[in-house]
Design a protein around this ligand. Structure first.
Ligand code: DGL
Length: 277
């Protein structure tokens, strides 16, 4: 029997799954808003982030196209030895996560519009949801709305063009501000006191939204809760990396990297990969 001396234990440890990275994917820079929350909670973990921006936006794709891309990215992240996969995209979560879970022997954490907390907290019984067409038309979104939206008016709005503009780095453009105003006005007019951000790109618009929305409207973003769920699952599966490491993130994209570079900072390299079916 091998006696685990301290150096042997260190070698053994190095190769165990808990040192493997957490895989995170989105159609573009949106998932970085969720990644930053997970990194804040789990600073000693390594991450592999992939932005599938050659195929962005997912919101305009059919459900089966979204599923195909999600399967390919999952396969690629598993090949990078990821111990868990975070689907940092509402559109991919609502259209693909149940099948990804069925087909892979690995834990997945997704993100979907936070209707439940908004429905529990609203005083006007009116909640606005801003999301992509792909999310709003998914059956998972309808199931969640029906389950938690009883007695609540949910005013849904597709954030048409928002993802493309964010991907082009146009966060502070007047055109984007005007679009946001036109998307949120019907919600406010109907009395919404909560606005659910149903796309991981939208938290980057929070400063603009705060200027546009009346003060009493609460912006609901569930990234922190999703980060806590990642921690809970890793803990339960004994896959949390022990303390004492400085976590590193490796960034990849499938398309051009200019906007992503400005989001992750110029000190971080972004590698380009081609992920084809
Ligand atoms: N960040 C994705 C989401 O959360 C954007 C989808 C898209 O590419 O349209 O839905």
């Amino acid at each position: 029997m091998i006696q685990k001396t301290a150096p042997l234990r260190a070698v053994f440890y190095f190769y165990t799954m808990d040192n493997s990275p957490i895989g995170v994917f989105d159609s573009g820079v949106g998932g970085l808003s969720l990644l930053q929350e997970i990194k804040a909670l789990l600073p000693n973990e390594d991450f592999v982030y992939i932005a599938d921006n050659a195929y962005s936006p997912y919101g305009a794709m059919t459900s089966s196209q979204i599923l195909d891309r999600s399967k390919l990215l999952t396969k690629w992240l598993i090949a990078q030895s990821c111990k868990i996969i975070v689907v940092a995209c509402n559109t991919a979560t609502t259209n693909a996560i149940s099948i990804l879970r069925e087909e892979n022997n690995l834990s997945f954490v997704g993100i979907e519009p936070a209707i439940k907390p908004a429905a529990l907290q609203t005083k006007t019984s009116v909640v606005g949801v801003l999301a992509t067409k792909g999310t709003l038309s998914s059956s998972l979104f309808h199931e969640t709305s029906n389950a938690y939206g009883q007695g609540i008016t949910i005013v849904e709005k597709e954030g048409k063009h928002l993802v493309q503009m964010i991907e082009q780095g146009k966060i502070n453009d007047r055109e984007l501000r005007l679009l946001l105003h036109s998307y949120t006005k019907p919600m406010i007019d109907q009395g919404a006191d909560h606005l659910v951000l149903g796309c991981t790109h939208y938290p980057f618009l929070t400063p603009v939204l705060k200027e546009i929305l009346p003060d009493h409207v609460k912006i609901v973003d569930c990234s922190k809760a999703v980060a806590q769920q990642v921690e809970r699952i890793l803990k339960k599966k004994a896959l949390l990396r022990p303390k004492g490491f400085d976590g590193e993130t490796t960034y990849y994209c499938t398309g051009e990297s200019n906007t992503m570079q400005s989001f992750v900072g110029h000190g971080n390299a972004i590698k380009k990969v081609s992920i084809l079916g």
